[in-house]
Each structure stands twice: as structure tokens, then as C-alpha cells.
Design a protein around this ligand. Structure first.
Ligand code: ACM
Ligand code: ZN
Length: 571
């Protein structure tokens, strides 16, 4: 066979020309798979997948089979030609084979003019293979309704596996609450991009979103705030209450919905700071005893949990027990970021605890930071005893962090993060590249109000997690995550606008080898991907296409000259 290897845009265009010479009546869609697979080799011709038989090897497990059946049903509906699914070992059609020699999340797709053979060694491998196949078909496949089109695959051999095993997206539902349906829409698009972790930031100063059966006031009181800060001035409040929480059944439903899409939900109980909502509900958990209110302004709050008393740990262990009951993830995120030590330093109980533990300022760290190490270690021991591991934000490194913790870096890149991080497993989420709450253009008057700074899709795409990292640290990087904090993200359309298309760029950072990342190829593929968003009914940012703003409030991008004038005027 006449395989050609496609690595860059020029080759890709040549390949398209060559395809147009081989006179098949039906043409495959332009190859625009994101994240771009590790190995892709095209040959002439195409395979008509509509109406083809799906033959599933007996060694493929039933859960994978049910995912394959769902895809066959989707294809049948959209193409109007029925694909039936059979167990079997041979035959023409689309064959699914277990290949235990492939890496954990890897898969292969081998399309000839007569058949397609899909191999994977795990459920997620089959999920990713099918997501790649969907991206090779007309975008109508994302719409779920009958639609004319050429449901053909190009003849291609793909061998694919991720660069990183942890490929996460955080959504902060504490600052603003989003419906279960919206969370599912986000999971749908994460699955398209082979994201495998949904980091669910469920608790915040401004809202507690996790239904606890044991501590009902957490949702009765802690899930509602009175008013919301609407810009940088904490005196500017939208007066209405904002609230919401997820019932345990809803969270279980989200966990299984995500699992079906190859995504693990990692819940976060951010402790011992960022918990004013819990203190408002149970003031006895704080150092001063309150009263406290669910925060309606942004920023780091001084009131944190009182860790000089046992009842705080009883509370945390009870909540974590409920959390573990709902979330089967290997990891639980315990937060640990932005914990001012002011209250601990003034609290007789916390001071007594520091004295008992012999904690003092030393080696450039404060007694308060060592006290936070004590909290982290207690929670780590508790979760380890239940077979779980912890992840926490990088502040947990301050002082003397125990081993066995995974650290999530957010304040710097490999070049400027605290180098002690490389002694731990880590997930890289540097705010300069991975904080997708930032503006997507400099034209802030044409954007919905946001937290500030600037992170266009091009910049996120350029992030290289290994840059500046010593060799021994590279081995400890489990992966990369983007974080969508939501102080000002007050609607579901706005949430999607911040997520898309930056999520697509993120997926290439998480999945592709650095030499396969090429912005011009990615940019070309985005012309098709915006049609995927349109077909799925998702809102997305259109900066790549010269348009700025949310639907209903869209503007053309300024010309370079107008932009210069505009920026000069803002100074
Ligand atoms: C963080 O941005 N405080 C993790
Ligand atoms: Zn205290």
C-alpha cells in the first residue's frame, strides 16, 4: 500500500489534492482530528461506514460493547442506514478487537477500502478510538438527527496514545452554580477532546454545592449567598441571592455519565481555607466562633477552619466519608491553597496545638505553615486508610510536606515553580497558560467582564510542560489541567464561551507529542470544530474568526490600528 505520512500543513494539502484525483463518489471530510493522533498514515481511497456491520471480538468486555452499540445507534440515526452489532471474529465491516499489547489508553484504527479495524486495550481506548472516528465523519454526527452527508472514513492507519495520563479540566461551581445538564454538556465536549479528569470544585467561600446528609445546614445555609460582586469594586453587588447545590443522586449520576465518556470525576473539598460557606452553617468550626456569612465578594478570606480542635477533624472526616461514598476516584483533591494564618496565630486553641506539636518559625517557613502540614498529613492518612490518594494545590509544599502527595502547581511554570515540587508527583496548571477565566482578547470593552489578564487560545496552545523542568521532575509530571474559575462567569453560555475553543488547544497540550503540535494545522482544523460546537448547540468564543463577545453582544475585532488606539486610550 502507498502510505504517506502527514506531519504538517503542506503535506496535508498535497494529500487532499491526491485524494481528489482518486475518483470515489463519496469523499471523506478533511482530516481535522483534535488532539492530533500520535501516528497517522493515509493511503488512497475511503470506506463507507454508514450501514456497515459492527463486529465485536468476544474478548471485548460488555461495558466497551455497550459504548460501541451506542455509537452504532448514533451512526444509524444520523446516516439513515442501519449498522447492526454482532459478536464475532471475522467479516467485513467495522471490527473491534482487544489488543492488550497497546498502552493503557491507546488505540489503533486501520481503515482500508473494505473495512475498519479498531483495537484498544481498555474501555477508554475504545472510547478514544470512537471519538477519533466521529471526528472523521460529517459534523452532523454530533447532532443526533438524520442528516445527508458522506459517512465515509479516509483510508488511514492511526496509532495513538496520550502523552500524559492526567488530562484535566476544573470547573468552579462554588462561585457560580451550573445545572447538572450544563455539567453534562461540558462532559460531552471534554470527551470529544479525550480529557479524562473532571476536577469538580464543589466548595468555596461563596457557596457550598455538595449535599451532605449528616450536615444539612451546609446546603440550607451554605449554598446561598446574599448578593454577588459584579466588578472589581466589592461595594458593587448584584442584590439577588445566588445559590444551588447538587444532591447526592445528581452527583452519582454525573459520576456515571462521566465514566461512560472515559472521564473520572475528582471532587475537591478545598480545606482548611476557602470554606466560609461551611463556617456560616457551622460557626463552631471557626477560630472566632463567628458569626460568619457566605461570602458575596471575591478574594482570599481570613476566616478558615479552626484546626486546634478535634471537632473540625470529625467534621472533615464525616464529609470526606460522604464524598468517598459518591466519588470512586483514586484521588480526592483537598485544596490547601490560599490559607491565611492570621486566625490560627490569634486563636488560643490553634496556638496550643502549635505548641503541643513543637511548631515554630524555622527554615524560612512559619509555624502556621507547619500547622497546615499537620492538617494535610491528617487528611492524607485518613484518605490513605480508605484506599484513596490526595492531590492539593502547591501551597501545601510550604513547610514540610509528607511524601505520597500529588501537588497541583498553579502559580508558575516549570521555570519558576518551587523546585521542591519535583520531589512529588505533580499536575501542571500554571495560571499564565491554564487559567481559562482570563480574557481572550485585549478589547475588554467587547468582552463579558472577567477576572483580568489575557489568555488567548494561541498562548494556551504554546504551553510546554517540560520547559525548565529538571529530568527527574519530568518523570513526576502526571499531566496538565486547565482551570475555569467563575467569579464573573454568571451564565452557562458564558461558561462555554470561556471553555471553547481553549479546551481544544488544551487537549493538544495534554495529548500530543511536542513535535506534533503545530498551530497552523490546529487553526485550520478549528474551522470544522466550530461546526461541531454549533451542531452540539454550544456557545464558543469566535476570536479566531474575528468576532468578540457573547451571542447577542458580538462585535467585530478591531483592526490593528484601531486596537493600538484603543489600548493607548485605556492607559
Ligand atoms: C487557586 O487559583 N487559588 C488554586
Ligand atoms: Zn483556631
Amino acid at each position: 500500500m502507498n502510505f504517506i505520512r502527514i506531519r504538517n500543513t503542506a503535506c496535508f494539502l498535497a494529500f487532499l489534492l491526491s485524494l481528489s484525483c482518486c475518483s470515489s463518489r463519496k469523499t471523506a471530510a478533511p482530516f481535522s482530528v483534535i488532539p492530533y493522533p500520535q501516528e497517522v498514515e493515509f493511503s488512497d481511497g475511503s470506506f463507507d461506514i454508514a450501514g456497515s456491520r459492527f463486529i465485536v471480538d468476544p474478548s471485548v468486555d460488555d461495558v466497551s460493547l455497550s459504548y460501541i452499540v451506542k455509537f452504532s445507534e448514533e451512526l444509524s440515526t444520523v446516516s439513515g442506514r442501519r449498522s447492526s452489532v454482532h459478536r464475532g471474529v471475522s467479516g467485513r465491516g467495522v471490527r473491534f478487537i482487544l489488543n492488550t499489547a497497546l498502552p493503557a489508553e491507546g488505540y489503533t484504527i486501520d481503515v482500508t477500502g473494505k473495512s475498519a479495524i479498531i483495537g484498544a486495550s481498555s474501555y477508554s481506548g475504545f472510547v478514544y478510538a470512537i471519538q477519533t472516528v466521529r471526528q472523521m465523519l460529517p459534523v452532523a454526527i454530533y447532532g443526533g438527527v438524520r442528516s445527508r452527508g458522506d459517512y465515509v472514513l479516509p483510508c488511514v492507519r492511526i496509532s495513538d496514545r496520550p502523552r500524559f495520563s492526567y488530562r484535566g479540566v476544573l470547573i468552579d461551581v462554588g462561585r457560580h452554580f451550573y445545572s447538572v445538564d450544563e455539567i453534562k454538556r461540558c462532559l460531552d465536549i471534554m470527551s470529544v477532546y479525550k480529557v479524562n479528569v473532571f476536577h469538580w470544585h464543589l466548595t468555596e467561600d461563596q457557596g457550598w454545592r455538595f449535599e451532605s446528609r449528616k450536615y444539612p445546614r451546609l446546603t440550607e445555609v451554605g449554598s446561598v449567598r446574599h448578593g454577588t460582586q459584579i466588578d472589581f469594586d466589592p461595594m458593587h453587588l448584584r442584590p439577588e441571592d445566588h445559590g444551588g447545590y447538587y444532591t447526592q443522586d445528581e452527583m452519582r449520576d454525573v459520576v456515571s455519565y462521566a465514566a461512560e465518556r472515559g472521564i473520572t470525576v475528582i471532587p475537591e473539598l478545598d480545606l482548611p481555607g476557602h470554606l466560609l460557606s461551611a463556617l456560616a452553617a457551622y460557626p463552631e468550626l471557626g477560630c472566632t466562633g463567628g458569626p460568619y456569612e457566605v461570602a458575596n465578594t471575591w478574594g482570599v478570606k481570613k476566616d478558615v477552619l479552626c484546626v486546634g480542635q478535634e471537632k473540625t477533624f470529625t467534621f472533615l472526616e464525616d464529609i470526606l466519608t460522604e464524598i468517598m461514598d459518591i466519588f470512586p476516584s483514586e484521588y480526592i483533591n483537598i485544596g490547601g491553597d490560599e490559607v491565611p494564618k492570621d486566625r490560627w496565630n490569634a486563636c488560643p486553641r490553634c496556638r496550643k496545638k502549635m505548641a503541643e506539636l513543637g511548631l515554630a518559625d524555622r527554615d524560612g517557613h512559619t509555624a502556621g505553615q507547619y500547622l497546615q502540614n499537620y492538617v494535610t498529613a491528617r487528611i492524607q492518612n485518613f484518605l490513605n486508610a480508605h484506599g484513596r490518594k490526595i492531590i492539593g494545590w502547591e501551597e501545601i509544599l510550604e513547610g514540610d510536606l509528607a511524601e505520597g502527595v500529588t501537588v497541583m502547581s498553579w502559580r508558575g511554570t516549570g521555570e519558576d515553580v518551587d523546585p521542591r515540587i519535583w520531589n512529588y508527583n505533580s499536575v501542571m496548571s500554571p495560571r499564565g497558560y491554564m487559567y481559562i477565566d482570563r480574557y481572550q482578547s485585549h478589547e475588554q470593552d467587547r468582552e463579558p467582564f472577567s477576572i483580568g489578564a489575557y489568555l488567548p487560545v494561541e498562548q494556551l496552545y504554546e504551553y510546554e510542560p517540560y520547559k525548565g523542568v529538571p529530568e527527574y521532575g519530568k518523570e513526576r509530571i502526571l499531566g496538565v489541567q486547565a482551570n475555569l474559575w467563575t467569579e464573573y462567569v454568571n451564565t452557562e453560555e458564558y461558561l462555554e464561551y470561556m471553555l471553547l475553543p481553549r479546551l481544544a488547544a488544551l487537549s493538544e497540550v495534554q495529548w500530543c507529542s511536542p513535535e506534533d503540535r503545530e498551530f497552523s494545522r490546529f487553526r485550520e482544523s478549528m474551522d470544522r470544530h466550530r461546526n461541531i460546537y454549533e451542531t452540539m448547540g454550544l456557545t464558543y468564543a469566535k476570536h479566531l474568526w474575528g468576532v468578540i463577545g457573547l451571542p447577542g453582544n458580538e462585535y467585530p475585532a478591531r483592526s490593528p490600528e484601531e486596537l493600538a488606539d484603543y489600548l493607548a486610550g485605556r492607559e
